[in-house]
Design a binder for this molecule. Structure first.
Ligand SMILES: *[C@@H]1O[C@H](CO)[C@@H](O)[C@H](O)[C@H]1NC(C)=O
Ligand SMILES: *[C@@H]1O[C@H](CO)[C@@H](O)[C@H](O)[C@H]1NC(C)=O
Ligand SMILES: *[C@@H]1O[C@H](CO)[C@@H](O)[C@H](O)[C@H]1NC(C)=O
Ligand SMILES: *[C@@H]1O[C@H](CO)[C@@H](O)[C@H](O)[C@H]1NC(C)=O
Ligand SMILES: *[C@@H]1O[C@H](CO)[C@@H](O)[C@H](O)[C@H]1NC(C)=O
Ligand SMILES: *[C@@H]1O[C@H](CO)[C@@H](O)[C@H](O)[C@H]1NC(C)=O
Ligand SMILES: *[C@@H]1O[C@H](CO)[C@@H](O)[C@H](O)[C@H]1NC(C)=O
Length: 511
């Protein structure tokens, strides 16, 4: 037996990257190290074997030719007649996500239960699946939601899979199931809406189906479920900062920056954005997270004084500034920036930094920024007046939109507004209504307010499109072990498996 551990993705996103820590990425599951056999005992190729599919560069213009799209696959559980389960991890290098082929994850559990084969496919412009060999604006023109949907469809209808009989399992010949979490969870929904009849069933975890430009609600679940004393003290500091900003008290702001050791951060919005990093650590939490997690280290630093915990109101502003500042000095600066100087790490105004200009492939932050700037938005910023703020109201969508110009000056001469309303119209957003799509959501997921379980949305769960919420964090239900740690997550996983069994009985070959 192999032990399954979660590799928290905070590591990927560490340092110098505005907004990236809060990217829409599913958790990695450890890649099992043992060898696999098919049901009749035949040894299978290593789970890390890379396969390549000739994918169209542009689904609107086949004449532009193809590029090599990477995928991995396992037919450990496959028996003829079983389903093909397809998953993309979404906006990052898919190498390292082979755990999603085995039963440590929901996709593997579905494969095991239904005697299916599992495939992990890399999303275009991430990792080493690139239509062109750089990430310039010109190349990225073919990075759109529609091209990503069409990639999935073209794969199902054209790939000859490397397993025995793999050339005769196209949709119609075999049932296909699309699985994804986070952005890829939304892509699952968007694909089933946009290209009906290809995937017989879907599983969408923490799926951010509704794109939202001003996504301050990202911080609501964090504000509500973090230790209340810590939330109160963070609010006190943010209120103080925003108050000084409102009256242009630059000297006061400078003193505050200095308490954090961030006196050299030139722009106040970059300072406000730096403070958000403490909150992004919430996203990488999972149900068995221990007190050592960075988020809890942060709250302990603020709330434990001389061995005593503050009450729900916290210790108050003065202590909060000192304790939060000291935490940056002793721990968090190094954790976030390492050896970099403050402006290199936290500044966003020097557009000559290689961070903005480097167009080398396998840079998920850059490719994702292209999607954010154009179609997806989700700028994580301060709330409107009248709501308690754990993030400064200095941060507005304009902060993120300015970064779009930094990255892609050839494409944007001024800060672009993403066309989120068009995206929601094209792919239905919260109005999705398709058969056999299972939505899994998490109560403590910071992305919850863009999912089918968003506050106030009251989407009805139905037998043909069930919505099941557990107490988990972001995409917790994708990982088998999280069901063992939290029975509410186990219930989500069990419900999904039951639906898959029922839905697959209904499938009939059509060609
Ligand atoms: C075992 O299954 C593989 C396909 O996985 C097939 O190629 C092979 O012929 C089978 N062997 C036997 C003995 O059934
Ligand atoms: C998961 O799959 C492995 C084979 O890869 C099998 O030995 C194990 O029993 C399965 N675990 C469960 C819980 O079914
Ligand atoms: C106060 O903060 C501590 C340390 O983070 C935490 O363990 C405790 O639950 C919090 N108490 C309240 C009432 O918020
Ligand atoms: C804010 O204060 C700075 C320095 O004191 C000054 O240069 C700037 O013009 C002021 N801005 C506004 C909007 O009052
Ligand atoms: C953090 O370090 C800076 C620079 O050394 C210092 O000015 C500041 O007082 C320190 N803050 C705390 C709370 O110790
Ligand atoms: C900074 O972090 C690195 C890696 O975690 C660690 O090795 C190093 O000792 C830290 N430096 C300081 C000054 O804390
Ligand atoms: C550009 O990015 C690539 C890949 O991340 C990296 O290997 C290379 O060193 C970077 N080049 C510069 C000039 O920063």
């Amino acid at each position: 037996m192999w032990a399954l551990t979660l590799l928290l993705l905070a590591v990927v996103a560490r340092a110098a990257i505005p907004n990236l820590r809060g990217m829409l990425i599913p958790p990695k599951a450890a890649v099992p190290q043992h060898s696999f056999t098919s049901p009749n005992g035949t040894a299978l190729p290593p789970i890390t074997t890379v396969y390549y599919f000739d994918q169209l560069i542009d689904h609107n213009n086949a004449d532009l030719g193809t590029f090599q799209q990477r995928y991995w696959m396992s037919w450990e559980f496959y028996e003829p007649g079983g389903p093909i389960i397809l998953l993309t991890p979404g906006e990052l290098d898919a190498d390292g996500f082979q755990g999603y082929l085995a039963n440590g994850t929901i996709s593997g559990l579905i494969a095991q239960q239904q005697k299916g084969a599992a495939i992990v496919i890399e999303h275009r412009f991430f990792g080493y699946s690139n239509p062109y060999d750089d990430l310039t604006s010109q190349s990225l023109a073919v990075l759109t939601i529609q091209q990503a949907i069409d990639d999935l469809v073209y794969f199902t209808t054209n790939a000859d899979l490397p397993m025995p009989g793999g050339d005769a399992v196209k949709p119609g010949q075999a049932p296909w199931i699309l699985v994804g979490g986070s952005y890829a969870g939304a892509l699952t929904s968007w694909t089933m809406v946009n290209q009906p009849g290809i995937f017989w069933a879907g599983y969408a975890s923490s799926a951010v189906v509704e794109t939202i430009t001003d996504f301050h609600a990202y911080f609501n679940p964090i504000r509500d479920y973090m230790p209340q004393n810590c939330s109160s003290d963070v609010q006190a500091v943010i209120f103080y900062l925003d108050g000084m900003y409102a009256v242009n008290d630059t000297a006061g702001i400078q003193t505050l920056k200095e308490a954090f050791g961030l006196g050299d951060v030139e722009h106040v919005d970059d300072f406000a954005n730096a403070l958000v990093n403490n909150l992004y650590d919430w996203q990488s939490m999972d149900p068995d997270v221990g007190p050592g997690a960075m988020f809890f280290q942060f709250c302990d630093a603020l709330e434990v004084k001389d061995g005593m915990n503050a009450g729900p109101g916290g210790w108050g502003l003065e202590n909060a500034i000192y304790a939060w500042g000291n935490f940056w000095n002793t721990t968090f600066y190094n954790y976030t920036c390492g050896d970099q100087d403050v402006e290199t790490c936290l500044g966003t105004y020097d557009t000559t930094q290689s961070y903005w200009t480097n167009t080398t492939v396998n840079n998920p932050g850059r490719s994702w920024a292209w999607m954010v700037c154009n179609q997806i938005g989700f700028y994580q910023d301060g709330p409107p007046y009248g709501q308690p703020a754990i993030v400064s109201r200095i941060l507005k969508p304009a902060y993120g939109e300015r970064l779009c110009v930094n990255y892609f000056p050839e494409a944007f001469s001024s800060p672009p507004e993403p066309i989120t309303s068009e995206t929601n119209m094209m792919y239905a957003g919260w109005n999705v209504d398709v058969d056999r799509l299972f939505f899994a959501t998490g109560l403590r997921d910071p992305w919850r307010e863009a999912t089918m379980s968003a506050e106030g949305l009251y989407k009805l769960s139905t037998p043909s499109m069930p919505i099941h919420e557990g107490d988990g964090f972001h995409c917790s239900d994708l990982i088998t072990l999280n069901g063992i740690d939290d029975p509410t997550i186990a219930a989500v996983q069990e419900a999904a498996l039951a639906y898959m069994a029922e839905w697959l009985v209904e499938w009939e070959a059509s060609s």
